[in-house]
Design a protein around this ligand. Sequence first.
Ligand code: HEM
Length: 391
Amino acid sequence: MLSNQPPFSDPHPLYKEMRQHYPISQDENGTWHLTRYDDVKMLMSDPRFMRQPPDHSGYINQEKSSTILDDVMGRWSFFNDPPDHTRLREVLGIMINPSFIKNTREIIDSMAESLLTSLLSHSTIDFMQAFAYPLPVNVINTLLGTSLDNTTLRKWSLAILNAADCGSPEELASINDIVLEMQHYFANLILVREQQPSNDWISTLVNVKNTYHLSFDDIVANCIFLLIVGHETTHLALGMGLMALLQNPQQRQLLQNDLKLVPSAIEEILRFEAPLNKVSRWTSEPILISDVMIPKDQLVVGIVNAANRDPEKFIRPDEFDITRTNNRHLTFGCGIHNCIGALLARLELHIAFKKLAPHLHKFHLIEDQIEWVSNSSFRYLFKLMINIKNT
Ligand code: HEM
């Protein structure tokens, strides 16, 4: 669902109010919400907060468990606790490691270059469609060994991202159909790689399956996992980063004048609007957070975009300041589930903004054509129309 209305277009006033007046609160469904930096950090890093729901009900939608998507998600490191989490994370580490990521630099560079050339040939264009989406999609297609077009991938990943918000049995049935489509696609590809291995992540998963006790279904599920996490959040950061730079002309000029600011600009882009808005855990025992005792078996959500603007942690948190130092945002999480793809995401952002920076003065936001998708877990920027003046 598209929405230009708060809280989707700007949830920050609401988060500020929550942080100031009810930093630890419970909604009508009984879910707890944390908004202060220290509390969200504790949620991410204290092992008494677990990923697995206590009764093994649904991961995304507690009342509507036993969906095909639930079965797939149950095989992701994201939704597991040690020891399964440790084993699955090790598998991911074989693929997403610093030397592998370093080797992809040239590929990302040439992809970003050709997207930029095409972008600059337009006078009005949606930056999300023309640059922010295709860049990480091309990267993940190359790494994983898939050749999915943007339309199919968008349909697949929006189904998964929107699953937590879906209401009716019809919506759930259509999500299940899409997951079946994904499973079918990867099952075929895995069978091919079993016969003809290649230098991609699918082949790596096939290669290590015995060592790490991965079933065929585990490999399929982890391909789906990597496909989605490997591009969605990065594309949102690219879009929201450009938006922040264009809405803050002084900062845009600073970056344009000094490309050495690219690394700190990227950290500020990540802090200012975190693509993954929320993380969630279950209490394995009663846990005291600040002065509130949260009972056992409760669902607790940490709002990353509230924590990232906590004035106790960041000076002038609502200001977009690309020279900010000591920028310890929680955008990539922390603790055992911290983002294993952070290195890859930072590399893509670094290459992209270094290329975009010299052209930023040519870009002008069409403010009334910014569109968000309403989503409870992501800051989902959908459309970012810009005018480009090449003269
Ligand atoms: C700007 C881009 C990205 C952001 C903001 C982001 C954010 C996050 C966050 C906050 C978590 C922790 C969630 C939690 O604690 O519940 C996480 C975990 C994860 N991310 Fe990312 N991510 C990004 C890009 C990527 C990329 C490019 C990949 C892979 C290619 C990736 C793979 C993963 C995986 C596999 C996990 C789960 C780790 C585990 O369960 O141990 N991410 N990400």
